[in-house]
Design a protein around this ligand. Structure first.
Ligand code: HEC
Length: 111
């Protein structure tokens, strides 16, 4: 009986520990594996570009800087990889650049 009691109390404790561990991780701003227009806009464009570029605050505006399916030919991708943009600010993280690359490659959808 004694061991059963210990097991029963141990189970909720391990669930609690698991909950704490997983909730810590979710506090970071996660860059999704399948980046969407919404995620790029929220994570990168609105926070690091819009103070200077009103014109890319809408999907239509951002599309002007992009050749869907062709990141290397897209102004947007060129500017963030050649060190030009964001101007006077630290370069975007590799994960942010990768997200924008993938979004353009997947057709720069309004998703
Ligand atoms: C501090 C202001 C500033 C910030 C922040 C900034 N830009 Fe720019 N950006 C400029 C200026 C000024 C130009 C035009 C001058 C030039 O070509 O060097 C420009 C040019 C561009 C161009 C070339 C096409 C065009 O409109 O002339 C693109 C694309 C661009 N920026 C994207 C971005 C992106 C994406 C971000 C955010 C990651 C960003 N910029 C952040 C000021 C800024």
């Amino acid at each position: 009986m004694k061991t059963l009691k210990i097991r029963l109390t141990g189970l909720p404790v391990s669930f609690f520990v698991l909950f704490v561990l997983t909730s810590c991780g979710s506090r970071e701003l996660k860059i999704p594996i399948h980046p969407t227009y919404q995620s790029i806009q929220a994570i990168t464009i609105s926070q690091k570009c819009l103070m200077c570029h009103e014109s890319i605050s809408s999907y239509e505006g951002l599309l002007q800087t992009v050749q869907p399916g062709n990141p290397a030919g897209s102004d947007l991708y060129k500017q963030i990889t050649n060190g030009s943009m964001p101007q006077w600010s630290p370069k975007l993280s590799d994960a942010e650049i990768q997200a924008i690359y993938t979004w353009i490659l997947n057709g720069a959808q309004n998703d």
